[in-house]
Design a protein around this ligand. Structure first.
Ligand code: NAD
Length: 254
């Protein structure tokens, strides 16, 4: 039997938690990390902390088996195949993305890894962050040949997050390494091959075996900018629909 892919997801918030249970749902072995002790304890005890359709049932299926929760980032990331970084990147006072959480996590990964992992940038970050993560790893003493960094932006919407993750419009993989690209293809293979949708207990959604999601291979910078283009397009659609609704209002009697 094929060995399951081992994945560490760093950050057990909206994106990290949804990714973790969804990766378990498609057959991988996942360890989900957070530095918030109370959050980790709650998740270990089965509290989902956020309201998302299908999250309680997936957490019930995999909690403390295929998905484990921990505060110990070093231990979690030491021997896994892929490390997904899904920590927050809030705006700072200048309007830029605050990358301090990503930097802290990267430095800790650099101190812990043994063997070759693929580090996957899942958080929404500015273009060039992929290279910056690579340089941060090197600055912390890890040789370039011992890891790769891939950009795999997330497009889920809060409210339909699990179904968006398992039935995505597209999966974007930005990579400059054949080895890392291959691992990402293997991770998403149950979705891109349509295999997952054949299961009777698959989470329902708009994808099926005849129409599985496409996986788009791009450069790291293209993947980073695709996420921003997608967010900008979404914002434009929302602002147009709001304007239309306002202009469709009947005139107020004067
Ligand atoms: N929420 C969404 O709908 C959504 C969709 C797509 C992309 N994103 C992007 O994904 C990223 C994560 O977003 P989110 O909504 O999941 O954020 P979140 O705030 O819900 O979760 C982030 C988690 O990371 C943890 N964390 C912070 N520093 C850590 C560290 N050093 N070690 C371990 N854990 C740490 C926090 O405790 C928190 O639980 C952001 O870049 C966001 O822009 C969010």
């Amino acid at each position: 039997m094929k060995k399951p892919i081992t994945i560490a997801v760093v950050g057990s918030g909206y994106v990290g938690l949804v990714a973790a249970v969804s990766f378990a749902e498609i057959g991988h072995q996942v360890i989900c990390v957070d530095n918030d002790e109370q959050k980790v304890k709650a998740l270990q005890e089965g509290d989902t902390l956020i309201h998302e359709e299908h999250l309680p049932e997936l957490l019930d299926r995999y909690r403390n088996k295929e998905v484990r929760f921990t505060k110990d980032l070093a231990q979690a990331t030491r021997h896994c195949d892929a490390i997904f970084i899904a920590v927050g990147t809030p705006q700072n006072e200048t309007g830029d993305a605050d990358l301090s959480y990503v930097e802290a996590v990267t430095a800790e990964i650099a101190r812990s890894i043994r063997g070759y992992p693929v580090i996957v940038e899942k958080s929404t970050v500015p273009v060039y962050t992929n290279e910056w993560i690579r340089k941060t790893m090197e600055r912390n003493g890890v040789s370039r040949s011992l890891f790769d960094v891939v950009s795999n932006p997330e497009f889920l919407r809060e409210g339909t997050a699990i179904s968006d993750f398992l039935h995505p419009d597209r999966i974007v993989v930005g990579s400059n390494s054949t080895r890392a690209t291959q691992l990402l293809h293997e991770i998403y293979h149950p979705l891109t091959s349509g295999e997952y949708y054949r299961r009777v207990d698959a989470i329902p959604g708009h994808r099926n075996t005849a129409a599985p999601p496409p996986l788009l291979d791009t450069s790291t910078k293209s993947a980073e900018i695709i996420k921003h283009a997608s967010n900008a397009f979404l914002a434009l659609k929302i602002s147009f629909s709001t304007r239309l609704r306002i202009s469709a209002k009947p005139p107020t009697p004067t």
